[in-house]
Design a protein around this ligand. Structure first.
Ligand code: AMP
Length: 620
């Protein structure tokens, strides 16, 4: 895609409110807009520089931050104060990243008061949100400088496998940078939009988005239908990318030259020198057949053939991920209509060829792979700005959301694949007399038992006035806003007490975990249904026992001796049935108790009974 210089002389930019699209990347970030005249998505760049801003922040002794190319200079000379890959820390706690702690050359700490990681620079502490906000601020300033107009609204992209905590962290970073984040968009969705995919309402397509960047690899399978982008599956390796390709070349060279790896590791300047030459060689070999350079009396050479054999294992690994992603989406290669290439490393011809060969189709690579995500974010921004009136881009929930009810069951309020924004609500009640607190536990996942799902949050609705079990009416509502942030509210309707939380889950879910959760729900669907039926039968049985016991205690004088004996007998039998794993038996015994109690229940109808039997109870 051609890059278009912004003509600021026209003044047309001043009129409409500009919403920018931002790709907040692990290695590089950039900002794009829809050019007001050409109407083309355009990456913003200062005169004669790259549109890419390295996602690196350097702090001096006073704590002043510089971002981008300038900060990159300090990577080797001042590693403790130079923060790269902050995106890898977003929404994570130390446990999440401890396996890869060696990766970070700066100090990542886990203070006990906050389970989310912080980065220590000198005697200052920065959250990944703050670090990302420095990068976003830089992009905002860049955009304002080029456009000569204030920029306050943005669409920011995140990987498809980012969970709610990571999305919320990204949103907060935007806020901190002075940006109103109108939408968080999945990177593969943005990349598809940049290719114009999904812009026609009647379009139905299945797309594979292959994203090989500097340090990360992911493959996402998307289904577009009615302007909705659904992520069917994601796979990848968050520690695989162009850097590994560079390393493979360096290792080849030092072996050729007989330099021990230890020597290289001990000499930062030497290793950095080799690394830079390796990257140069790699880029050169994207268009030429061989590379050769004289450096420090060493002749560094490599042919395309050798290069391709060196990177074969890396490429194979990505293809295995593609296979896994297809399997998870329950699709075959023939189901994929379009393949979109993202990330600088997809410029390597061997990568393109391998992907194209695997899918049996040519790949889409005409848009600059470093810019394609930001350009797509700009397309989305333009839609949100209302410039594309007949198109409303909807996102959907990747996993179901619900709360825990009696017996540890998942009660889904918002199903998976619901279009967002969305609001849903349901009424619940208490299961104990005089219960004043109700615990609302919010879960995400597809399984019938909450223990198999992921807990997002928990809070208590306190101050419910004393009432018999079953009488309070607690309305629990879920609201997911346009960014996928969930607000859960519980309100006791009789008394008006209410409590609300915004769900900011603290623990990261990896992409593998999300996939596993979906897969598990399919493999366990039958077992889950049986368990649910049994738990529901038991809960109903327990409720009947409690209500009957209470009723008998209160109305003993109304009952004949025979009725008392018959009721006690039926209760005992039901009690026994509840200890067995047979839902049919429980139902039969419930029916029997109902038969026995019906005549006198009718005689002395008590609201408490009808109340208790209505509505689902939540564990206190
Ligand atoms: P990204 O994270 O998308 O910015 O990807 C940057 C990665 O792409 C780095 O590893 C670069 O070395 C790599 N890259 C950039 N240009 C080329 C090229 N022409 N050929 C191969 N790799 C490239």
């Amino acid at each position: 895609m051609a890059k278009i210089a912004i003509n600021i002389a026209t003044g047309s930019l001043q009129q409409a409110e500009m919403i920018v699209g931002i790709d907040l990347g692990t290695t590089n970030s950039l900002v794009a807009i829809i050019h007001p005249e050409s109407k083309q998505p355009t990456a913003l760049q200062e005169h004669n520089t790259s549109s890419l801003v390295p996602s690196i922040v350097h702090f001096d002794e006073l704590g002043n931050a510089i971002v981008g190319e300038e900060a990159k200079q300090y990577l080797e000379t001042d590693p403790q104060n130079t923060i790269f890959s902050a995106k890898r820390l977003m929404g994570k706690n130390y446990k999440d990243i401890s396996a890869n702690a060696d990766f970070f050359t700066y100090k990542v700490i886990d203070d006990d008061t906050d389970s989310l990681v912080k980065v220590q620079v000198g005697n200052r502490f920065y959250s990944p949100i703050e670090l990302s906000s420095f990068i976003l601020k830089e992009l905002k300033q860049r955009a304002e400088h080029i456009l000569k107009t204030p920029v306050s609204k943005a669409v920011i992209t995140v990987p498809a496998y980012f969970n709610d905590a990571q999305r919320q962290a990204t949103r907060d970073a935007g806020k901190l940078a002075g940006l109103d984040v109108l939408r968080i968009v999945n990177e593969p969705t943005a990349a598809s939009l940049a290719y114009g995919l999904g812009l026609r309402k009647d379009e139905e397509k299945t797309i594979a988005v292959y994203d090989l960047g500097g340090g990360t690899f992911d493959i996402s399978i998307l289904h577009i239908y009615n302007g909705i982008f659904e992520v069917l599956s994601t796979n990848g390796n968050t520690y695989l990318g162009g850097d590994d390709i560079d390393r493979a070349i360096v290792e080849y060279w030092i072996k050729q030259l007989g330099i021990p790896l230890k020597k290289l590791q001990a000499d930062k300047e030497l290793s950095q020198g080799f690394r830079l030459r390796a990257e140069e060689a790699k880029k050169h070999l994207s268009s030429e057949n061989s590379f050769s350079v004289l450096w420090k009396h060493h002749v560094l050479e490599i042919t395309k053939e050798i290069f391709e054999s060196l990177i074969q294992p890396l490429v194979d690994q990505t293809i295995t991920s593609c296979k896994n992603a297809l399997a998870d989406a329950r699709l075959t290669i023939n189901d994929i209509d379009t393949i979109v290439m993202v990330g600088g490393s997809t410029r390597v011809p061997a990568v393109k060829e391998a992907v194209s060969k695997f899918f049996g189709k040519p790949v889409n690579d005409s848009v600059n792979p470093d810019e394609v995500v930001a350009l797509g974010a700009a397309v989305q921004a333009d839609i949100l700005a209302g410039n594309n009136k007949d198109f409303l881009l909807l996102d959907i929930t990747p996993l179901s959301l619900g709360i825990e009810t009696m017996g540890g069951l998942m009660d889904t309020l918002i199903p998976r694949n619901a279009k967002i924004p969305i609001k849903a609500g349901r009424q619940y009640t208490t299961h104990k007399d005089g219960q004043s607190d109700m615990r609302i536990s919010v879960f995400q996942g597809e399984r019938d038992l909450v223990k198999d799902n992921r807990k997002l949050a928990e809070f208590s609705l306190k101050g419910i006035p004393g009432m018999p079990a079953g009488l309070p009416k607690v309305e629990v509502s879920f609201l997911i806003n346009a960014d996928g942030i969930l607000v859960v509210k519980a309100k006791e309707l009789r008394s008006g007490v209410e409590q609300e939380i915004e769900v900011r889950p603290q623990y990261g879910l990896t992409d593998d975990e999300v996939e596993k959760m979906l897969l598990d729900s399919i493999t366990h669907a039958k077992d889950d249904m049986q368990v649910r039926a049994l738990v529901e039968a038991r809960t109903e049985g327990e409720q009947i026992l409690a209500v009957t016991e209470k009723f008998v205690a209160k109305n003993t004088s109304l009952l004949t001796k025979d009725e008392l004996v018959a009721t006690a007998g039926a209760m005992q039998v039901l009690q026994l049935a509840l200890t067995m794993d047979d839902k049919n038996l429980i139902h039969t015994k419930i029916e029997e108790i109902n038969e026995v109690t019906r005549p006198f229940a009718e005689r002395a109808m008590d609201v408490a009974i009808s109340g208790a039997l209505k509505g689902k109870a939540i564990n206190s």
